[in-house]
Design a protein. Sequence first.
Lengths: 97, 97
Amino acid sequence: MITKLGARIRELRTKKKMLLRQLASQLDVDTSIISKVERGDRQLKKEQIPLLAQILKADVEELQTLWLADQLYNMLQGEPMAGEALKLVTKQIKKTK
Amino acid sequence: MITKLGARIRELRTKKKMLLRQLASQLDVDTSIISKVERGDRQLKKEQIPLLAQILKADVEELQTLWLADQLYNMLQGEPMAGEALKLVTKQIKKTK
DNA sequence: TATTGTCTTGACAAATAGCGGCAAATATAA
DNA sequence: TTATATTTGCCGCTATTTGTCAAGACAATA
C-alpha cells in the first residue's frame, strides 16, 4: 500500500539518523509498528500524530494532512467511482466551510 | 449527520410507496436499520448496495458513488486539513488512473 | 379517545476490524 | 561471523460496526 505519511516519516527519521527503535520508544509503541507504518502496512492513530510531529520536529499540520490523505486514499483504493465521489465531497466540503 | 445516500433512498422508496418494512425485508435486515440509514444514523455495508439498487430499480453506480461520498464526508467531518487532503488525494487518484 | 399501522430510538449482543506486542526471519554492517 | 537494525507473521485484546429486539413517538382513522 502506498502511504504518503509513511514515506515522509522515513525521510525525516533517516535524515535525523534516528533508529526505528528510538522513534518507537518515544512514541511508546513497538519498533515493528513504526516499521509497518513507514512501509504502509499500518496506519498510525490520529492521536499519535501530534507527538510524532514533536519528536520529528515536523509541522503537525503537514503530517495530519498526509495522514488524512492516506485514509482517503485507502478508502478510494480500487473504487471505480472514486473520482465521482471525490468531486461530490469536494463540493460539499467547500459549501460547509 | 448528513447523508446523501440516505436521502436518495428515502426519495426512491417513498416515490415507490414502499414501506421501510418492505425494503428492509428484501435487504434482509431489521426495519430499524433502514430507518437509521435514511436518517444518517447508520451506514450500509458496501456489499449491500448492489442488492439495494436492484430492489429500488436504481442505478448501482449512482448509489455506490453516494455511499462512497458519505464515507469520505464522514472521515473529513471536522478536520481542519480536509481541503488540503482532498487536493492531494484527487491528484493521486488521477495519476493512478 | 382508542386503535391501528408506520417509523424512530435506545439498549444490548454478535461479528468484525484494527492496534500493539512478541518472536522469528531477514537484511545490513563491522 | 558477530552484532545490530529492520521486517514479517501471528496472536490477543479492544474498539467499532452491524444487527435484533422492544418500547416509544407519531399520524391517520374510526
